[in-house]
Write a protein that binds this ligand. Structure first.
Ligand code: FAD
Length: 437
């Protein structure tokens, strides 16, 4: 180990290499602790050194060195992934790509950016020019575009635009880990081998994503006495073409009670639907809510967008964060309910587990179909109980994408056969993020 560290310092220089214990520990970790299962197994894992490139050439140099020294390389954006994706299981190098932070081009309908650009910065810059991101995770303030494409799936905007696989990545520049790393420009169907790959098939240095025209988003909470009405309204709102929308997230009480900064603005003991909708369509949405027995509550006008804490900071996996803040025993699942019988499935789970499982849904498009996805918040007691709950969900037809594993195939990425083939070509020594495939 010492030999390669010295070689690394000699060939890459001290400014690009971090070996101090604090930096190495900090940059070896992501949000794996969201899962008590992963927390136990991953807390002692760390890299031997961090390389922080500033340019594509630096990345190519670092990869060539890793190949020469036979050292594993784990890419890192902002380290906000929840499955230990960015944790180096076998030590070696963490390649911190946050220094590749230049927006290369903002064109009409697209943005080309280096992989370390933060999504919040991209959205802000695009909005200043009359455009905006189509989709982004609720961690957009910190998360990088390369990390989102390599380790995320969907988020705010997905109710209208779908997830990463629905045409929301146009092109990627990827480096291979070979004696002389190759620079690949990936487009079309080939992107499938790189989206949500945990950096196992290549290192992304640049990403091109599509942009939508800017909309003036109001943030509205609709309140309901019954959670089922809230979810049904969520579906109706998601389907209502007269209301442009970025977020439709029904929440079961007591989840809203965990949202301390919003507490005064939400009705106690009631279900809430957190939305981002076009300001001009608030009236239409409010009428729709009334027809499901609901009412318009807390509203943040479009002029205040991003100037205060936003409603999206309580949705997607941020809901789990607020729950964990209230009680560290809460954890979560990732679930896909059946669009034609989700109410029946919700009832069955509530009858079985009561408040051990708390629901929020994020309505989204996937492959063109509107689906009720959920990140149910689950009270953790033991691993056995957690997997018993997972088995029950599956037994009634609810798909579970297990967030308590770092293995790509067990987490629900879908078929990875092609990705494996790609890896043998791009990473012949299997040094890219080993242990994740
Ligand atoms: P990292 O965590 O640094 O990396 C993610 C994975 O990609 C790792 O495997 C890493 O090795 C790899 N990687 C990173 N950069 C590159 C690169 N340039 N080339 C190759 N591989 C690379 N995710 C969602 O999809 N939607 C959500 O709404 C969402 N909400 C979240 C809420 C909370 C509170 C938290 C903690 C997480 C949430 N996530 C969500 C997960 C995560 O925040 C996002 O997926 C985020 O986009 C990851 O970006 P990052 O820069 O932090 O990536």
């Amino acid at each position: 180990k010492l030999a390669w560290k010295e070689d690394m310092l000699k060939s890459l220089g001290e400014t690009m290499v971090l070996t101090d214990a604090d930096s190495v520990e900090k940059l070896s970790k992501d949000y794996y602790w969201y899962s008590p299962v992963l927390d136990k197994r991953l807390k002692d894992k760390k890299a031997d050194a961090v390389i922080a490139p500033k340019s594509e050439q630096d990345v190519a140099d670092a990869l060539a060195l890793a190949y020469r020294m036979r050292v594993p390389v784990t890419a890192r954006g902002a380290g906000t992934g929840n499955y230990g994706q960015a944790i180096p299981l076998e030590g070696g190098i963490v390649l911190d790509l946050s220094g590749l932070d230049r927006i290369v081009e903002l064109g009409d309908g697209y943005a080309r950016a280096q992989s370390g650009v933060r999504l919040g910065v991209m959205d802000k810059t695009a909005r200043e020019q009359g455009q905006e991101l189509r989709i982004y995770p609720s961690t957009y303030v910190k998360a990088t575009v390369g990390g989102f494409v390599s380790g995320g799936s969907g988020g705010i905007g997905s109710v209208t635009w779908g997830n990463l696989w629905d045409g929301n990545v146009l092109e990627a520049v990827v480096y291979t880990l070979e004696e002389t790393p190759r620079r690949l420009v990936i487009k079309g169907d080939e992107l499938f081998d790189y989206i949500h790959n945990y950096g196992t098939t290549g290192i992304m240095t640049e990403v091109t994503i599509p942009l939508a025209p800017r909309t003036e988003w109001a943030q509205c909470v609709f309140q309901f006495d019954a959670f089922e009405d809230a979810v049904r309204f969520g579906e109706a709102l998601a389907r209502e073409s007269a209301v442009p929308k970025r977020l439709v997230s029904p929440m079961e009480w007591p989840l809203p009670s965990f949202f301390k900064p919003l507490a005064k603005s939400l009705e106690p003991s009631k279900a809430a639907v957190l939305t981002e909708i076009a300001e001009h369509a608030i009236g239409t949405a409010a009428k729709l809510a009334e027809s499901y027995g609901g009412r318009l509550g807390h509203t943040i006008e479009a002029s205040q967008y991003r100037k205060t804490i936003g409603v999206s900071d309580f949705t997607w996996n941020h809901t789990t964060l607020w729950a964990i803040k209230a009680d560290p025993s809460w954890t979560y699942l990732q679930a896909g309910f059946a669009p034609d019988r989700y109410l029946e499935q919700i009832r069955a789970i509530k009858a079985e587990y009561g408040d051990e499982v708390l629901f929020h849904f994020e309505w989204m498009l996937s492959g063109g179909a509107l689906v009720p996805t959920a990140l149910p918040v689950v009270y953790f007691s033991t691993e056995e109980r957690l997997y018993e709950i997972i088995a029950y969900f599956r037994s009634i037809g609810v798909a579970i994408f297990d967030p308590h594993t770092w293995m790509l195939e067990d987490g629900g990425r879908g078929s990875i056969g092609r990705m494996r083939t790609r890896k043998t070509v791009n990473d012949p020594l299997s040094l890219l993020n080993p242990g994740k495939l």
